[in-house]
Design a protein around this ligand. Structure first.
Ligand SMILES: Cc1cc2nc3c(=O)[nH]c(=O)nc-3n(C[C@H](O)[C@H](O)[C@H](O)COP(=O)(O)OP(=O)(O)OC[C@H]3O[C@@H](n4cnc5c(N)ncnc54)[C@H](O)[C@@H]3O)c2cc1C
Length: 392
């Protein structure tokens, strides 16, 4: 069977791309290894650019009831002076971003996709072989009814960190294993969080508390693998005590914690992002440390840029050959997330002083904060149309 575009991987990135492209004239196949997106415990901080994209492709009305605005970001280091605040009002904004549970993003994308006429969702189905010439790519897909062969002008690999597309293209990766994991849960508070997102760095990791609906926060505790294993072994009462003790009382008293899930942390970068008619996006191209909450944000930036680029092409054949890759790259955020992890995981005296001075200085310098915030919000450099608020 022939398609114009085949997307391998129906996670949040592949799904959002399929839906953004469904507004165009193409026949698209979205292929995913799993039947349905089962529980996804991740709680995602979407920057302003990502929220604009979701508004522009009309997914926001479904997500809005579950989205909590971030009005202020507060960064501190346990046992040291220096607090950094980034305030939406100070920067002339309504919000710095919104926190939305990943399960709602997945559901919103898939319910919208089921109502489109030009996207065929093929799942559970796994890519097993891929070959290509200058004009067309041929894919072998293992489905419930046996092996199928599909062809396409353009193939997008959005199949995550362990990408089969990347492997079949023989693209190697550069990896940094932090030997850390992230523990994710939801914490109920005795009082309102006032829409403040907290990031608290400690000797052995970091605790992020992101505002959710109904006096709840998303807790993301990143630390060494052994420490996270220890935290997972505690019962809920013991875990809550540890969290309250390590995070402090900036959010008042913590009442309950929900189910805990863990994710291994690594940074991975594909050495090449495209080969002939095949392009990698999202985690298949780059996996980031969630400390800076940028992995999905960067991928949605790629979705916006790619959609805009494909809309300008009269033919899809060989069109990726001319796609300028610096279009797709938001290196600042990648450096930011790697740099933050490196900086705060080293306990060296000169670094401590530097980061203390840096954090105090940063808090007092509005132009630097504006620049930093515009990068973190996805609004630095070239901004694709779908990342801009539609005022019509
Ligand atoms: C704890 C945690 C918190 C995070 N918080 C944030 C945040 O606040 N903000 C932010 O921007 N980012 C955040 N991230 C990062 C973000 O979750 C990821 O960047 C994003 O979800 C990547 O999505 P993806 O679709 O590229 O990959 P995935 O979600 O891994 O999806 C890949 C899909 O491909 C399918 N697949 C794999 N192999 C095949 C195959 N051979 N054939 C067919 N299908 C296949 C899989 O079934 C899967 O559905 C966080 C990450 C973690 C771990």
């Amino acid at each position: 069977m022939k398609f114009d575009i085949i997307i391998i991987g129906g996670g949040m990135v592949g799904g959002a791309l399929a839906y953004a492209l469904s507004k165009g004239p193409w026949q698209i196949a979205l292929i995913d290894a799993t039947e349905e997106k089962t529980e996804d415990a991740r709680l995602i901080a979407l920057n302003d650019g990502s929220c604009c994209l979701l508004k522009n492709i009309e997914l926001w009305p479904t997500l809005a009831p579950f989205a909590t605005p971030i009005k202020q970001i507060h960064v501190s280091h346990r046992g040291r002076f220096g607090i950094t605040r980034i305030d939406a009002q100070e920067l002339g904004l309504d919000a710095l971003g919104h926190v939305v549970p990943a399960s709602y993003i997945n559901n919103a994308i898939f319910s919208a996709l089921r109502n489109t006429g030009n996207v065929k969702i093929i799942c559970p189905a796994t890519l097993t072989a891929l070959s290509q010439d200058d004009e067309i790519a041929t894919l072998t897909i293992n489905t419930a009814t046996g092996e199928q062969t599909y062809t396409a002008d353009v193939v997008i690999g959005a199949d995550g960190s362990h990408s089969t597309v990347r492997e079949l293209l023989g693209i190697s990766t550069q990896k940094t294993d932090y030997r850390q994991s992230a523990l994710v849960t939801i914490t109920e508070l005795a009082r309102d969080h006032k829409n403040i997102a907290y990031e608290r760095f400690q000797e052995n990791g970091a605790i992020a508390m992101l505002p959710l609906t109904d006096a709840r926060v998303a807790t993301i505790w990143s630390a060494t693998n052994s420490y996270i294993t220890h935290l997972m072994q505690l019962d809920n009462t013991e875990f809550l005590q540890q969290l309250q003790q390590q995070f402090g009382y900036r959010l008042g008293r913590m009442l309950h914690v929900g189910k805990r899930a863990t994710y291994p942390l690594q940074m991975q970068q594909a050495q090449q992002q495209k080969k002939q008619n095949v392009l990698l996006i999202g985690n298949a191209a780059h996996t980031l440390h969630p400390i800076a909450a940028q992995g999905l944000n960067i991928a949605l930036y790629e979705v916006a840029v790619l959609t805009e680029y494909l809309q300008t092409q009269s033919s899809l054949k060989s069109c990726l050959q001319n796609l300028p890759l610096d279009f797709l790259q938001q290196n600042f955020s990648r450096r930011l997330s790697h740099g933050l992890t490196e900086l705060f995981s080293k306990d060296l005296l000169p670094l401590n002083i530097a980061r203390q001075v840096g954090m105090i200085g940063f808090d007092q310098c509005i132009p630097i904060k504006k620049k930093f915030a515009s990068h973190a919000m996805g609004k630095a450099g070239r901004v694709p149309r779908l990342f801009i608020k539609n005022t019509e």
